[in-house]
Design a protein around this ligand. Structure first.
Ligand code: ZN
Length: 261
């Protein structure tokens, strides 16, 4: 649960507190205005990444990265990188970005490389696959403490941590469809890939990003995001408490920040 966003230049912006929500509805340092839209309201236009259903193949390999960050499995080494350069020293263009299309559009570009390496791989048939080593928080590698030569990219200085919310996949909850009739009949949801939109959440140290799974009813085929209220309400208090934020239609805020309001 460490905070990997401490070095983010956006931290200072928090000095003005929640007023940022209105001043900077989008990222102040990148043009990311299209990032956040809605949550469950996208359900009709989401074929999303069904190939993730075949999620398999473990991902994490030892990483060669900086000593500034505790060793975490997300700093994996791409197999196509023979020189084993530290993550932040590798040319951006050499590594393939393995992300669902929706994530590429809603996750800021400077987060692509590390999230790709941490969470995704290709299975034996070449399809995008989510790592099996799922957990809630993913701290980014971040910049090194010392650079002996200029980094090839400034991206590591802008890394933010990622929160991955997948109650169905992580804990195998038997979740019911949110449709009243399906619910009455006990129809369950099944995994349907990753939700296409990654959201940005304000917390004390800056921003973090949040991604979730997509669930589909076996009967009515209605799709719902893993962070929707209808899903959260079905969890027991212990797991429900692990969800860290309050999501509104457009904005998202960490519960700790909300508690000060
Ligand atoms: Zn249903």
């Amino acid at each position: 649960m460490s905070s990997g966003a401490d070095g983010s230049p956006s931290s200072s912006l928090l000095l003005s507190g929640l007023s940022l929500l209105t001043i900077f509805p989008t990222s102040p340092y990148t043009g990311l205005s299209k990032r956040r839209t809605s949550t469950a309201s996208h359900s009709t236009q989401d074929p999303t990444d069904a190939e993730l259903l075949a999620a398999s193949v473990e991902l994490d390999v030892e990483a060669p990265s900086s000593s500034a960050v505790p060793p975490t499995p997300q700093r994996s080494l791409p197999t196509a990188e023979p020189e084993q350069l530290p993550l932040e020293m590798q040319p951006v263009s050499t590594a393939e970005v393995l992300l669902p299309e929706g994530w590429k559009q809603t996750l800021p570009k400077e987060q692509h490389q590390w999230v790709s390496r941490a969470l995704f791989t290709r299975d034996q048939s070449g399809r995008l696959a989510l790592t099996k080593n799922l957990r809630l928080w993913w701290p980014p590698p971040g910049p090194r403490l010392v650079y002996t030569q200029p980094p090839s990219s400034p991206d590591t200085f802008f890394h933010s941590r990622l929160f991955l919310w997948m109650p169905y996949r992580m804990w195998a909850f038997k979740l019911l469809c949110v449709h009243p009739e399906c619910r009455r009949l006990g129809h369950k949801l099944k995994a349907c890939g990753t939700y296409k939109t990654v959201r940005r959440v304000l917390d004390f140290s800056g921003w973090y990003f949040m991604a979730t799974e997509y669930l589909e009813c076996r009967r009515c085929k209605k799709k719902v995001a893993g962070w929707s209220q209808g899903i959260l309400d079905q969890l027991d208090p212990v797991h429900r408490e692990k969800f860290p934020a309050i999501l509104t239609y457009r904005l998202s805020c960490d519960k700790e920040v909300v508690s000060l309001m």
